[in-house]
Structure formats: C-alpha cells, structure tokens
Design a protein around this ligand. Structure first.
Ligand SMILES: NC(=O)c1ccc[n+]([C@@H]2O[C@H](COP(=O)([O-])OP(=O)(O)OC[C@H]3O[C@@H](n4cnc5c(N)ncnc54)[C@H](O)[C@@H]3O)[C@@H](O)[C@H]2O)c1
Length: 402
C-alpha cells in the first residue's frame, strides 16, 4: 500500500502526541491504545488489515510558529522524557510549513509570524501545491485540522455556494476562516478532510457541495474525548432507564495552549455550541418533556496553568427517579486530553482514506463516533448516542471492506 501522509494544520499537543505515538508503536516501545483501527475487528477480521499499516504513515504540518515537532512536543508537555527522546527523530523531522493564519480568529496567538501571504485564494493555491507534491511522490494524503479553536462566527452569504465562496477567497473576504481555506484547498487537491476543533469549517453549504461535487470525503468536527465522551456514555444509560435529569453542570480546568485559546470568550463560544448540542440530541426532550424538558446544562472551561495538558473535567449531574426523588452523580475525570485525542486522529485519517479508496465522496456521517458534531445522515438526522454511533461505524466499515 502507498504511504498515507497525514497533514495537520496545527503542530501542537494533539498532533505531536500522534506523531510520537505512531513512531513509538512502530519501534515497539509503546502501544497505540484507544485506536479501533489497531485493536478492533469487524466480522472477525482485524480492521488493521484493511487500512494503511502503521509503518506506512508519514506526517506534515502547518503552524504559525516556526518550531519543529520536537520543540512543539516539549512545549505541549504531554509525553514523558523517555518517550519524547525515543520519538525525537520523527518529531524533529516535522518542520511546519507556513500557516494560513489571521490573528482575528485566535486573538491569544497574536505573536504568530510563520504565515503565508496573499489573498485567501493565493494561500489556498499554495496549500494545494504543497499537498500535490506529496501526491506526485506517489503518496495519498488526508488532512485533519489540529489547529487552535477559531472564534465563533455565524456563516454568511459567502458560505452559501461554492461560487460565492471562491469569489470570497479571491476578494480575501474577512468572514472566511483560515480553517475553511485549508478545507477548500484539501478538497481541491482530492484530499479528505476532518476537523478536530469545534469551529465552523467544512460543514458550510459551499464546502459540503464542493466536497460532494469533487467526490472527496469530509467528516464532522470536534474530537470526542474527555468530558463529552463521558457524557455520551452516561446520558444514553440514564435515558435507557428513563431516569429524569434536572441539571448537568460541567466544568474543566486545563493549562495547555488549547486552554489558553479557549479562555477567550469568542473561541470558547465555538466549543460551547458543539458541547451543548450533544446532550439535547441525546435525550430528546421533545419526546420526554417530563424527564428532560427543563435541564439546566452549563459548561465552563477555565485556563489553569498548573494542570497543563492533564485536564480535569468535573460533572455534577442532578437526576431524579421514582416519585421525583432527587439524586446526584459526581464525575471527576482526571484525563489526558491529547492521549485521548491522538488515536481519534489516527482512526479518522485511516478511515477517511478507506472511504476515499472506495470512491465515497461528500459528508461521512458514519464517522460521528469520533466527533462531538458529526455530519448529518441523508435524512438530516445527527446521531450522538455513542453506542448507536459504534453500530453505524462498524456497519460502514464492514461494507467498505467487503
Ligand atoms: N485534545 C483533545 O482532547 C481535543 C478534543 C477536542 C478538540 N480538540 C481541539 O483540537 C485542537 C488541537 O488541540 P491541541 O491541544 O493540540 O492544541 P495546541 O494549542 O497544543 O495546538 C494547536 C496548534 O495550532 C496552531 N494553529 C493555530 N492556528 C493555526 C492555523 N490557522 N494554521 C495552522 N496552525 C494553527 C497553534 O499555533 C498550535 O501550535 C484544538 O482546537 C482543540 O480545541 C482537542
């Protein structure tokens, strides 16, 4: 099988943890736990046998800071020293290309200087040319956005059709986000795209239409890790037992650069929108107004330096049972964000590549298992129940490998 080049806008905690992890797995020094494409079977056949082997994965990244993967991994502070050093050659080899970047979308990163120039369209063409170089060398390419969460802005008229969008790229329209420029460039180059962050990217009508027209697979957004993973495990269980919920208070403390960016209200708004949607869709309050019609759902993220990448997510869930008697559930998840996210990126990249090899273009709703905001299915429905998502994922893989 040809090499699969995973290209990531963003060379930060998640992407360096992925790059190092793939290298450590190859060297037999650590195990890629959490990856279905490494561990799971479909119909008795390991998924691993149907996706690109771990030895044939390569990386490249764009970042507005000109530091290599080793330095970025050191800053991220996720990996233990022995892992960092064993993976050093693979990390040093990733020197970021100049980013498509605009500080108005990530105010906390104002010092970023390693960036492309020109209109959005000129920058998109530069990105496409960079990806075409890999393709010219016989590689397949998949893009997963691992960049900082961009500020929340509603899509506008420029996002309506691909013609509007291309006009906007040429005019350097300020309502186009950098992540949308990457998504456009990826689709132009026939490169599948997934968005690991909650900002609005490939799901705007113009890019959905473009991906379908070009036959390029695109997935939804926002890696489902930490607190939301827990929510999508717990809420379907409570609903299955028809236990009521009055309130769900979630708070997080984290001290990595992701936390710093999310400390800015505009950037947090992107996250809040995807996180709030999950519970509503899982519990279906319209069908059960007495049980789920009046939930006080609050989410906070606090930047707290001492915690670093080891995010702490607290949930207080106020539930009620027989005769309306109240109870409480407290969850304190001391997680490692990037350790949970890295296998998600690996799986998304391999499965998007599997879809591309099977000529599956446009939105891939079956990858919703990995994401807080999956793409809707053909009927417009968005599935959030992790167990239903798992069933859909396995069915889709079975079909693709049959
Ligand atoms: N780790 C998780 O569990 C998790 C879960 C869901 C979503 N996410 C999202 O994934 C993204 C990556 O997380 P992280 O912890 O690696 O963050 P990070 O801050 O460590 O890394 C992000 C990198 O993106 C770069 N960047 C910013 N704008 C860019 C642009 N326009 N082009 C290219 N690079 C750009 C930054 O300079 C930084 O190096 C974040 O948006 C985060 O919210 C992470």
């Amino acid at each position: 099988m040809a090499t699969l080049r995973i290209v990531t806008p963003g060379l930060g905690a998640v992407s360096t943890t992925l790059i190092a992890g793939v290298e450590l797995a190859r060297l037999g020094l650590a195990s890629p736990v959490g990856s279905l494409t490494e561990y799971a079977d479909v119909g008795g056949s390991p998924i691993r046998d149907h996706v690109v082997p771990i030895n044939e994965i390569a990386f490249a990244a764009w970042d507005p800071y000109a530091v290599d993967g080793f330095e970025a991994a050191q800053t991220a502070g996720v990996l233990r020293r022995e892992h960092l050093h064993a993976a050093a050659p693979a990390l040093v080899a990733v020197k970021p290309m100049r980013a498509v970047f605009d500080a108005s979308w990530a105010r906390r990163l104002e010092g970023a200087r390693h960036i492309k120039q020109g209109t959005w369209m000129e920058q998109a063409e530069e990105l496409t040319a960079e990806m075409r170089e890999f393709q010219a060398a016989g590689e397949r390419v998949v893009m997963v956005w691992c960049g900082s969460t961009e500020a929340y802005r509603e899509p506008g008229p420029v996002h309506a059709t691909i013609e509007d969008f291309e006009r906007g790229l040429k005019a350097h329209d300020p309502s186009i986000a950098p992540s949308q420029v990457y998504a456009y460039a990826a689709i132009s180059a026939g490169v599948p795209y997934a968005n690991g962050a909650p900002n609005i990217s490939a799901e705007v009508p113009a890019l959905v239409e473009f991906a379908a027209r070009c036959g390029v697979p695109i997935a939804g957004k926002d890696f489902k890790t930490g607190q939301t993973l827990m929510k999508t495990i717990l809420a379907p269980g409570l609903r299955a037992r028809m236990l009521g919920i009055n309130g769900w208070f979630s708070t997080n403390i984290l001290g990595n650069r992701d936390g710093l960016v999310l400390d800015e209200p505009d950037n947090f708004r992107s996250k809040e929108v995807t996180k709030l949607g999950v519970l509503r869709d899982l519990l279906d309050p319209e069908a059960h107004p007495e049980l789920y019609g009046d939930i006080d759902h609050q989410i906070k993220i606090n930047y707290y330096r001492p915690r670093g990448d080891q995010k702490e997510g607290w949930d207080n869930i106020d539930i009620f049972g027989w005769l309306g008697y109240d109870m409480q559930i407290k969850v304190d998840f001391l997680c490692r964000d990037s350790i949970l996210a890295a296998p998600v990126v690996l799986d998304l990249a391999r499965l998007l590549d599997l879809a591309a090899r099977n000529a599956r273009g446009g939105p891939q709703d079956w990858l919703g298992f990995y994401l807080k905001s999956p793409m809707p299915d053909a009927t417009g429905h968005v599935e959030h129940n992790l167990f239903e998502q798992e069933r859909i994922l396995y069915a889709a893989i079975a079909e693709l490998i049959s």
